[in-house]
Design a protein around this ligand. Sequence first.
Ligand SMILES: [Zn+2]
Length: 72
Amino acid sequence: MAKAKVVTLRPTRPCPICGKPSSQQYHPFCSARCADIDLNRWLSGRYVSPAESVEDEAEEETPPSPDAGDDE
Ligand SMILES: [Zn+2]
């Protein structure tokens, strides 16, 4: 039989909150704290900054396509 054993070699997705490698226990977050932060985000219905400042925000505001026809 071939080695069809599933190995967790592939890097897990980083924590969406702080960017750290996520933990299997708190997937997809790295810790209960980040999971809680995300939960608060959910409950608030908007993106709220946690007590700890997040340096790297995964969400980047992409401006909509330039609709202004200032080419004239
Ligand atoms: Zn985290």
